[in-house]
Design a protein around this ligand. Structure first.
Ligand SMILES: [Ca+2]
Ligand SMILES: [Ca+2]
Ligand SMILES: [Ca+2]
Ligand SMILES: [Ca+2]
Length: 270
């Protein structure tokens, strides 16, 4: 009963405070047998199953018993295959430490076609991050149970409020205490991406806007993606922003399309 009342309260506050929308991996793998640089035979054993054989790890100076030698969240084999240093935790595959997934085989669509519906699969599309790197959304697959898609614009006051809340700059969101929701994001139980489609002047957002947004509202683990082509917001099609949608990170299907209250309630109940 309390939850239902809360939902109604939250829904009404979100509706009242929203903005009207005015318009519109890199490779992977590694490892293999062969001879090593010191002439010893590599029998192909990969004890820690990180894609590098024990002999290769011996050459590289990585730990054959630890898939992530430097503890930056990326496996040694993935780091080598993607030209980051497996012994330097300041040098990862993606700036920001965002998840990496080298298996995009199940993805059929790279483009956003039509409009999002419940059960539709998220395209394996790339967006530029606030660091100027291309990031395929399917890298998030398997990194948590769910991912929130937050479609926002710089000119939208409530979008800024939501970002400030997520960055722990304000205690409440739209007058509600939703700590359990954001703590699930901070703890990595849920992934969150913010897709910015317009800047403060209502023009298409670019990487500078994404960088400024991240500087103003730094939230660890949350990529700020440049949606200046309005691909994401065009696909989701919210009549108002901020708009939250929810994706199942196992199937990559959209569970909730443009229902901010429902998504926040889902995050509260995890
Ligand atoms: Ca290994
Ligand atoms: Ca290793
Ligand atoms: Ca690593
Ligand atoms: Ca590294």
């Amino acid at each position: 009963m309390r939850l239902r009342l809360f939902l109604v309260l939250l829904l009404s506050t979100v509706m009242a405070s929203g903005c009207v929308v005015r318009s519109g991996g890199r490779g992977g793998g590694g490892g293999g047998g062969g001879d090593t640089s010191d002439g010893t035979v590599d029998d192909g054993t990969d004890t820690d199953e990180d894609g590098l054989t024990d002999a290769e790890e011996d050459d590289l100076g990585t730990d054959p018993d630890d898939p992530d030698t430097d503890g930056d969240g990326y496996d040694d084999g993935d780091e080598v295959a993607n030209d980051s240093d497996p012994t330097d935790n300041e040098d990862g595959i993606f700036r920001g430490g965002y998840p990496f997934n080298d298996d995009l085989e199940d993805c059929d669509d790279e483009d956003f076609l039509g409009s999002a519906g419940e059960g539709d699969q998220l395209p394996c599309a790339e967006f530029e991050t606030q660091f100027g790197e291309d990031y395929n959304l399917w890298n998030m697959r398997g990194s948590a149970a769910f991912m929130v898609i937050d479609t926002s614009a710089v000119w939208c006051g409530p979008c800024n409020s939501m970002a400030a809340w997520l960055a722990d700059q304000t205690p409440d969101l739209f007058g509600q205490n939703l700590d359990a929701a954001r703590e699930n994001v901070w703890d990595g139980n849920v992934r969150w991406i913010t897709a910015l489609y317009e800047n403060g002047a209502g023009q298409p957002a670019d990487v500078d806007d994404a960088e400024s947004w991240d500087d103003a509202y730094p939230a660890e683990g949350v990529p700020v993606l440049v949606d200046g082509d309005s691909e994401m917001i065009g696909w989701i099609g919210p009549p108002g922003i901020p708009s939250l949608s929810l994706v199942d990170l196992d199937t990559m299907e959209v569970l909730i399309v443009d229902d901010t209250s429902a998504v926040l309630n889902a995050l509260l109940s995890l």
